[in-house]
Design a protein around this ligand. Structure first.
Ligand SMILES: NC(=O)C1=CN([C@@H]2O[C@H](COP(=O)(O)OP(=O)(O)OC[C@H]3O[C@@H](n4cnc5c(N)ncnc54)[C@H](O)[C@@H]3O)[C@@H](O)[C@H]2O)C=CC1
Ligand SMILES: O=C([O-])CC(=O)C(=O)O
Length: 433
């Protein structure tokens, strides 16, 4: 393989970290005889590799370009892919923002995103990573590991702690950054700590993200955090906001799928598994308590399986749902067919055409047992909503806006101002609801 020598003048344009990480990437791209164009681009520096040479770059920074946040290390380079047949077929670059990027879940997720496991092997990706002040060094570590992984599809990485920088033009925002619960805690107890984060990030998305940005809220309690987020982002359709409830679907499937609607060998589960008590009590409770049980064992909440469920949740939106199937996602209840209170984020059966959007499945069946549990979840979410009235209430930009639901229903956000009662969140369930 040819070794590329960087000219001294080129080196002077780069930070030491960039120089040390340049060669492997260049060598990699050399294998495909790709022309390199450093994304100096941003700073106006250009160079190309032709026959083992790197042209000395010429720096021509412009005012507008230098105002942009700097991308990380080797990712300050982008490549002109003209020479590469395969990459000619690649789709247009997408920008994915991830908050809590230095945390446990992201540590699994980011590498799946960069590898093409989520958006596909022909989808180049720019990752914009949001951390907190405390986690900034760790965030740099994450970016270094992404560099070292040499993912061809990963075209850009930026890191920062200001959501207004990091969410700029984001087409997907995966909001993971939030405090996890510890052993013995209820998820709803995180509301006081985490709710504010999602109000701020909703505001930032509203100001700078793509107008059709798809948002997946993971930080707990994810349903109510998603509600807070969407209420603070009225410029983005409420339908674009999801709470990650997919982990529970996956957990349920690993025990036994939805026992009323699912089939085993073409026969309804309840005909095959006759033990109704097990289905109603043990099965449901097992799924419900799974997160807490794992925290007891690990001392921290699920990370790898959560990352997998985020991948599943996104893939369900970007690939057509197979005939007769559906997936679970926490979505805004705006004209829902199941009679769930409007103006909540509630897990619903969804289908997608693969365009990032979804429609609700209207004919899922419930029995009294399931219906009672659903109603308890609804009560719990209504109580959480009352607790965050100050984050979604009168100050909320969206609450003043009349929205038209998917089936033409007009819904007006109705802020409720109720003081938090100490035991109001006495939780009935432990599932993402
Ligand atoms: N919806 C679901 O199915 C699941 C949700 N979760 C939730 O996901 C969240 C994150 O979990 P982990 O990654 O395990 O936690 P973690 O503690 O490992 O990582 C969280 C990261 O977020 C950062 N952070 C905190 N505030 C931030 C802010 N305002 N902006 C950007 N970053 C910020 C922290 O510095 C930390 O690096 C928790 O709230 C947890 O309860 C966890 C598992 C499943
Ligand atoms: O239980 C938690 O706090 C984390 C989580 O949401 C889960 O594992 O389901």
């Amino acid at each position: 393989m040819a070794v590329v020598e960087l000219s001294p003048s080129y080196r002077t344009q780069l930070k030491p970290s960039q120089i040390s990480s340049l060669s492997p990437r260049i060598l990699y791209h050399r294998q495909f005889s790709v022309q390199l164009v450093p994304k100096a681009a941003r700073a106006g520096i250009r160079c190309s590799v032709v026959q083992n040479q790197v042209e000395a770059p010429v720096a021509t920074p412009t005012k507008q370009e230098s105002a942009k946040p700097e991308c990380y290390g080797i990712f300050c380079l982008t490549y002109d892919l003209k020479a590469e047949e395969e990459t000619k077929l690649w789709k247009k670059l997408i920008t994915v923002a991830v908050s809590g990027a230095a945390g446990m879940i992201s540590n699994h997720l980011l590498f799946k995103l960069a590898a093409g496991e989520v958006f596909g092997p022909d989808q180049p990706i720019a990752l914009k990573l949001l951390g907190s002040e405390r986690s900034f060094q760790a965030l740099e570590g994450v970016a270094m590991e992404l560099e070292d992984s040499l993912y061809p599809l990963l075209r850009e990485v930026s890191i920062g702690i200001d959501p207004y920088d990091i969410f700029k033009d984001a087409e997907w925002a995966l909001l993971i950054g939030a405090k996890p619960r510890g052993p013995g805690m209820e998820r709803s107890a995180l509301l006081d700590i985490n709710g504010q984060i999602f109000a701020e990030q909703g505001n930032a998305l509203n100001a700078v993200a793509s107008r059709n940005c798809k948002v997946i809220v993971v930080g707990n309690p994810c349903n109510t955090n998603a509600l807070i987020c969407l209420k603070n982002a009225p410029n983005i359709p409420a339908k674009n906001f999801h709470a990650l409830t997919r982990l529970d679907e996956n957990r349920a499937k690993c025990q036994v799928p939805d026992f009323l609607n699912a089939k085993i060998d073409g026969r309804p589960v309840i005909e095959v598994i006759k033990d109704r008590k097990w289905l109603e009590e043990e099965f449901t409770e097992k799924v419900q308590k799974r997160g807490g049980e794992l925290i007891k064992k690990w001392g921290r909440s699920s990370a790898a399986s959560t990352a997998v469920s985020i991948v599943d949740a996104i893939k369900s939106l970007v690939t057509p749902t197979p005939e007769g199937d559906w997936f679970s996602s926490g979505v805004y209840t705006n004209g829902n067919p199941y009679g769930i209170a409007e103006d909540l984020v509630f897990s619903m059966p969804c289908r997608s055409k693969g365009d990032g959007d979804y429609e609700l499945v209207k004919d899922v069946i419930f029995d009294d047992h399931l219906w009672n549990r659903i109603k308890k979840s609804e009560e719990e979410l209504l109580a959480e909503k009352r607790c965050v009235a100050h984050l979604i209430g009168e100050q909320s930009k969206r609450s003043a806006i009349k929205e038209v639901g998917p089936i033409g229903t007009e819904v007006v956000g109705t802020p409720i101002h109720v003081q938090r009662e100490p035991n109001e969140l006495g939780s009935v369930g432990d599932t993402h609801i």
